[in-house]
Design a protein around this ligand. Sequence first.
Ligand code: ADP
Length: 162
Amino acid sequence: MSIAVYPGSFDPVTNGHLDIIKRAARISDKLIVAVLVNSAKTPMFTTRERVEMLRECCAQFKNVTVESFDGLTVDFAKKHHADVLIRGLRAVTDFENELQLAQINHALMPGIETVFLATGLRWGYLSSTVVKEAARYGADISRFVPKNVEIAVREKFKNQNQ
Ligand code: ADP
């Protein structure tokens, strides 16, 4: 049984993330989407909000669960008996950082392999950051994120601007 973990900030989840989730779910028996609590970045959404949004989006995938975690990704993976870490690669700019992460994770826990999935052509330019930037200035983000996320982002900015 192959158990995979897809870690990230997911602040918020985008269609690019969902594309990776869908494809990773196909090649693993069980996929755990792991939302990082203590990232260096200050998130727009709380951990709970990020987990909730992901759970709504992932309800359609029967072998996918969503959890939050704090600490090392490899420790989370080991605790859940996972043998694979999934990461998405968008462009060469992602590569250096992702290679370093995969290598440190391998050094820390040699039994766990990182598998990179190439971003679907449609989503190569997409990141949570650009979605938030676009929304901040009133752009329509409906092509980039699922409906529940679009509504949540709009609400966030409405509350911030009040
Ligand atoms: P992190 O802060 O760990 O980079 P992100 O939520 O930004 O967390 O990304 C989580 C993972 O999803 C990373 O592997 C990232 O490369 C990947 N990812 C982000 N955006 C996309 C996208 N548009 N298409 C495919 N993969 C993506």
